[in-house]
Design a protein around this ligand. Structure first.
Ligand code: BG6
Length: 506
């Protein structure tokens, strides 16, 4: 088997001061700092990066850097390397030299004066403000950055803001947040992050679709029967009960991660691989999702919630028994939806989406189900007895693509079996351990917005899920499933009533 060596695409990012708001939070420790370390390991940061933690707790610069080092070394080893010691001391020392800390309240103007002083002392006017905070701070922080003049760009100096999800909690709040951001900066300065776009396999959907002309030949409603998009998790809500209670599976996963996958599969070819062209096509296709009426939304959605169950021999608590969850909670931990895309390519092709916590396996995949052959010239093998065939794009954990085809089983009888042609990433590429944030951080530092969401992408996503939210306001009942099962029976019925079944997970 040929191993393809990755070529280094890239120059080191320009000198920048990177402010991490919410510096003591999990995102910074678990994902952003390991990603920055990996970028530095790969020579993509140059010497001019200053990392400034911003948070309300008091801590010295050195202690902050030491704390991050200890965390990455002890707890995030699996994210940064395979060896016993994931950090190369010389490499870390280089990165740590540029780490400092500002203690301040996000709502206090004097915090922003301290940030201005940091930029003035940095020797570069370039600055990125990364909002790894609770969402309630997004508009407040951005407003204050604007009022302090920190978002004014110079001819040689950029100012950018990175916003984590959740971006709003419905269409109205997402529109309000966009309006607030666009009051103090331009769209070119805003980097709305969705970590799914940092995943190699997600980016590969674009590359495979648009650099192999073969795909285009069957990528339409003549050959594709329907598309399934699944994000199944084995984890429960863990320590995030109070967040999840107000969020639920739909808001947490659908308008962002699952719609990103849908857009990658369903978008038209962009005229170029630039940010405007790619994001324009994505916005168009998500904007073409048919807006269901309330009663259609109710009929085309299933809400589920896990109760106590068992997975791999381990007894698991139900959602209502998790910390910070109400004993009578009706928050959904599973959702299955059917959506239709009203455009020339996809008319009549249902897209079935499902995501859930505490399912039987971790599996994020897109299964594209082909129409049966129109005529089977084999005696005794009617078309309706042939098994459906799929192209499966697995995002995680086994990254790759598999074509499911029918082939003749050896022997005198003309008997058919499903076989797979596969491409597993790990067989072809040397994969460095990564968190998925490396590309996104690097792209932000170098000013490439292709993998970030534009305002219209976000709003179109919320517009498509709003009917489900509205329908559930009237009826918030949930169907239960045992932890370790693949959702409630109603999730299977959503497809069964159309004569279809979910592709098996795993
Ligand atoms: C996050 C959600 O955005 O994505 C989590 O808030 C979810 O609830 C996670 O577990 C899934 O991400 P991944 O990369 O593990 O599929």
């Amino acid at each position: 088997m040929t191993t393809v060596r990755q070529t280094s695409k890239a120059q080191p990012a320009p000198a920048t001061t990177l402010f991490l708001f919410g510096a003591h939070g999990d995102l910074v420790k678990r994902l952003l700092m390991p990603a920055l370390y990996n970028l530095s390991r790969d020579g993509l940061l140059g010497d001019g990066l200053r990392i400034v933690g911003v948070d309300h707790n008091a801590i010295s610069d050195i202690d902050f850097a030491d704390k991050l080092e200890a965390f990455i070394r002890n707890e995030a080893a699996s994210k940064v390397g395979n060896g016993a010691d994931p950090l190369d001391p010389a490499r870390w020392a280089k990165l740590a030299k540029g780490i400092s800390y500002v203690q301040g309240d996000f709502l206090d103007d004097s915090t922003y004066q301290a940030l201005a002083a940091k930029i003035a002392a940095s020797g570069t006017g370039n600055a990125v403000f990364y909002l790894a905070t609770a969402p309630r701070f997004f508009s407040e922080v951005v407003r204050r950055l604007g009022a302090a003049g920190l978002l004014v760009e110079g001819p040689e100096a950029f100012r950018r803001v990175v916003i984590e999800k959740p971006f709003g909690s419905d269409l109205h709040t997402a529109e309000a947040l966009n309006a607030c951001l666009l009051k103090v900066m331009t769209e070119k300065q805003i980097y709305r992050i969705d970590h799914y776009l940092g995943k190699e396999t997600v980016q590969n959907i674009l590359v495979s679709r648009f650099s192999n002309s073969l795909f285009e030949a069957f990528w339409n409603n003549h050959y594709i029967d329907h598309v399934q998009i699944t994000a199944a998790e084995t984890v429960g809500v863990e320590t995030r009960g109070s967040f999840y209670e107000h969020t639920g599976a739909l808001r947490d996963m659908v308008p962002n991660h699952l719609f990103q996958l849908l857009a990658m599969v369903a978008m038209e070819p962009p005229a170029a691989f630039g940010a405007d062209a790619v994001r324009g096509e994505k916005a168009k296709v998500v904007g073409a999702i048919r807006p269901w009426s309330i009663s259609e939304a109710r009929a085309n959605s299933v809400r589920g919630q896990y109760v106590a169950g068992e997975l791999a021999g381990q007894a698991l608590a139900g959602y209502r028994e998790e910390p910070n969850v109400a004993a009578d909670s009706t928050t959904e931990t599973y959702v299955a939806l059917k959506v239709m895309i009203d455009n020339w390519r996809w008319v009549g092709v249902p897209f079935y989406l499902r995501t859930g916590k505490r399912m039987s396996v971790r599996d994020t995949e897109i299964a594209i189900c082909f129409k049966p052959a129109p005529y089977a010239p084999f005696r005794d093998t009617p078309v309706d007895e042939m098994q459906p065939t799929y192209l499966r794009i697995q995002i995680q954990p086994n990254e790759g693509m598999w074509f499911d085809l029918l082939a003749k089983r050896p022997g005198p009888a003309l008997d058919m079996a499903n076989i797979e042609l596969g491409f597993a990433y790990k067989d072809f590429f040397e994969m460095q351990p990564s968190t998925g944030y490396e590309t996104l951080i690097y792209d932000c530092l170098t000013g490439d917005q292709t993998l970030f969401q534009r305002a219209d992408n976000i709003e179109n996503g919320w517009r498509a899920v709003q009917p489900f939210l509205d329908a559930w306001k009237e009826d918030a009942s949930v169907k239960h499933y045992a932890a370790g099962e693949d959702g409630p029976a109603a999730g299977d019925e959503l497809l069964a009533r159309d004569g279809r079944t979910w592709h098996r997970l795993g």
